[in-house]
Design a protein around this ligand. Structure first.
Ligand code: HDE
Length: 702
């Protein structure tokens, strides 16, 4: 962190950190303890005594350690950091933290999955939460977003139904953290407003490679308000500096078993290494006069404003540079609330947002045990808190004086009210007329055109993945009518999509389209258009065995590290292997403790003995074949090329002797004479592309 302001939150937390080395073991009331292994008993073999206060306190506290997990977004990972605007946004908002490029605001971010329990796997097909708490000088501002820009439903009153449908089924609590089951598809197939969001869910966006490589969206249209009281509609976007990248479905499923903490670990490790995740905050601004200029309602949270219609305006950058000290105290107890706003940021009448403004406070009361959760260290604002709210479980504040009401005279009227000029929050004045009515606005009634826009904007490989995802998920449903109804819905989005899905799930394809595809696209929606210019923080497995060409390993390692990647040497066993040139090469990890799916790319250096041993080793062959199957960068040098040949990678040309460096569909191979630096450069290029989808990888058995 660079400024005092950015450090304000950590300075507040510092005195609260209890370190075990600071003194001897004590009870919770401070009495020192000389034995914590044996309970006090009547005789060595006798019963435990009630008067053993240490035993009772220790066990009672343990008995009460658990709190309810979040009803949604139960599994998450958090980090601290800071946010800094690029320039003043005073023209649009008076929010203090957006007034100057010199202002750094501390933040805490929690990323999450939605459907699974606290202990579920990270890489399930799901939406990801992206919730940011800005500890501003005017109080906490929470931007509680997701990695998709739209939502499943338009009105918060349907949220309990939606969540009941996606959660494990109530009779047997199966399946965990999956939407691939009857109740989810039953609900969404009866719910055309879900169709757009479900397209996102079936796309690779729902299996991010990393929390550091996914976008975040505020989803709703919010409102900026400037010092003159002028409102401007605003949509918030977080854009990862490393680009937006995803796993493939088979890989995600394997990772769920090999490393269920994959995304959590990735975030933690990156911050520990000093590879601080960075996200740019961008906004789409719409003048209030333009509220009705779109062919959808700005208040409808199942719609995006295409970036091509209203361009993104980058307004600042967030850097996450500190892991929490204690998962429970910080990541579990952090309490976000959409109604935590600061002057200059206001709501709109989006019915989903309006309902969220109720739900988030309500849920914290049960989850964190009462109304004083805002006093928990991670939730405490750096701004001063002063009011007449009193008592309740876990009250940490001591409020001297006689009055706890307003108006009062016994305390001289204190605490006094603030004026808007002194920073009081004043709700934006918006004229509202209407009859009391339970009715969805007509302007919310069109549900397919943006799902079509999303589909039309996908690259061919993205479309293939989407069709495969629908087939997988619907293939897990047992009610035929659910499958048929979903295909009918898809036919409103695109006929080829509906047909392709129907063919995979044993449903008769629709005879003709339900409507005409409008043909519009939004290139910004495709992952194919995400930046592919960096290999920073990519994990690369270098496979070695006894007799490896040490110089190649060092040169590869050096070049890849130089470019910011994280290469690791893996061998059939831990410790070290013998080098062809004499001496040894250190091993970072034994191959059996890791898996190819945990790396972004795999490389086999030369050395006849090493390549020969690995070529006979099923695990090593599997590493390369699986990486190939998942479209990852693969490289081999010298005799290492033999291992690739042995795998018979379909449709790939490998270099022969004297061929130099060959890059064929992201498989880099080189003969003995080629300079390692050239191989490393070609390898870096193919890794930066993230994945190579034009391979014939379906024929690979990995
Ligand atoms: Fe949430 N949501 N949500 N949600 N949500 C919760 O609050 C809710 C919605 C989001 O890391 C809960 O503290 C309703 C949209 C995130 O702690 C709960 C509706 C978006 C997180 C709740 C929505 C989100 C939550 C559960 C429909 C993206 C995790 C625990 C109207 C813009 C925050 C909690 C964290 C968590 C209610 C829909 C994002 C129950 C009623 C849309 C990132 O209050």
């Amino acid at each position: 962190m660079s400024t005092d302001e950015a450090r304000a939150k950590q300075e507040q937390l510092d005195p609260l950190r209890d370190r075990p080395e600071d003194g001897p073991l004590t009870t919770n009331f401070g009495s020192r303890v000389d034995d914590t292994d044996n309970s006090l008993s009547a005789g060595e073999r006798g019963p435990t005594l009630m008067e053993d206060f240490h035993f009772r306190e220790k066990v009672t506290h343990f008995d009460h350690e658990r709190i309810p997990e979040r009803v949604v977004h139960a599994r998450g990972a958090g980090a601290y950091g800071y946010f800094r605007p690029y320039a003043s946004l005073a023209e649009y908002t008076k929010a203090d933290f957006l007034q100057s490029e010199d202002r750094e605001t501390p933040v805490f971010v929690r990323f999450s999955t939605v459907a699974g329990s606290r202990g579920s796997a990270d890489t399930v097909r799901d939406v990801r939460g992206f919730a940011t708490k800005f500890y501003t000088r005017e109080g906490n501002y929470d931007l509680v977003g997701n990695n998709f820009p739209v939502f499943f439903i338009q009105d918060a009153i349907k949220f309990p139904d939606f969540v009941h449908a996606v959660k494990p089924e109530p009779d047997n609590e199966i399946p965990q953290a999956q939407s691939a089951h009857d109740t989810f598809w039953d609900f969404v197939s009866l719910q055309p407003e879900s169709m757009h969001m479900v397209m996102w869910l079936m796309s690779d966006r729902s299996i991010p490679r990393s929390y550091r490589m996914m976008q975040g969206f505020g989803v709703h249209t919010f409102r900026f308000v400037n010092a003159e009281g002028r409102g401007t509609f605003v949509k918030f976007h977080w854009r990862p500096v490393l680009g937006t990248h995803s796993l493939v479905w088979e890989e995600a499923q394997t990772i769920a078993g090999k490393d269920p903490d994959y995304n959590r670990r990735d975030l933690w490790d990156a911050i520990e290494r000093g590879d601080y995740p960075e996200f740019e905050l961008a906004v789409q601004l719409v003048p209030e006069d333009d509220e009705f200029r779109f062919d959808f309602d700005l208040l409808d949270p199942t719609k995006i404003i295409p970036e091509e219609t209203v361009p993104l305006r980058p307004i600042g950058k967030m850097v996450l540079d500190r892991n929490p000290d204690n998962f429970f105290a910080e990541t579990e107890q952090v309490a976000f609330h959409t109604a935590h706003v600061v002057p200059g940021i206001d709501f709109t009448n989006d019915p989903l947002l309006q309902g969220r403004n109720f739900s988030y406070l309500d849920t914290q009361l049960i989850r964190l045990g009462g109304p004083n959760f805002e006093q928990l260290p991670v939730n405490r604002p750096v701004a001063q808190v002063r009011n007449n709210q009193r008592d309740g479980y876990g009250q940490h504040r001591i409020h001297p004086g006689k009055s706890s009401y307003a108006p009062n005279s016994v305390s001289g009227g204190c605490p006094v009210l603030a004026s808007p000029d002194a920073g009081a929050y004043v709700h934006h004045q918006e004229r509202v007329d209407g009859v009391k009515i339970r009715k969805r606005s007509e302007s919310f009634s069109e549900h397919y055109s943006q799902a079509t826009l999303f589909w039309n904007s996908m690259a061919d490989w993205e479309k293939e993945h989407i069709v495969a995802a629908y087939r997988f998920e619907l293939g897990k449903t047992t009610h035929r009518e659910i499958r048929e109804r979903t295909v009918e819905q898809l036919n409103h989005i695109d006929h080829t999509l509906a047909t392709a899905v129907a063919e995979g799930i044993g449903v008769r394809p629709p005879a003709e389209p339900a409507g005409r595809n409008h043909g519009r696209t939004s290139p910004a929606l495709s992952l194919a258009n995400s930046p592919t210019d960096s290999i920073a923080t990519r994990r690369i497995a270098i496979l070695v065995a006894d007799g490896v060409a040490k110089e190649q390993v060092s040169a590869l390692r050096g070049a890849l590290s130089e470019a910011g990647a994280v290469p690791e040497v893996l061998a059939p066993h831990d410790g070290e292997v013998r080098a062809a040139e004499g001496g040894t090469v250190g091993v970072d990890r034994a191959m059996n403790t890791m898996a190819s799916v945990l790396y972004d790319a795999v490389c086999v250096p030369g050395g006849a003995d090493s390549a020969g041993t690995l070529g006979e080793d099923g695990l090593a062959r599997h590493y390369v074949a699986e990486a190939f199957k998942h479209g990852k960068g693969v490289a081999a040098l010298g005799e290492g090329v033999g291992l690739l040949r042995g795998l018979g990678l379909p449709g790939i040309r490998l270099s022969g002797e004297g061929d130099g460096v060959v890059d064929d569909h992201g498989v880099v191979s080189s003969a003995d004479g080629a300079a390692v630096t050239d191989v490393a450069a070609a390898f870096a290029d193919v890794i930066a592309c993230h994945r190579h989808w034009d391979r014939d990888s379906d024929r690979i058995v990995a």
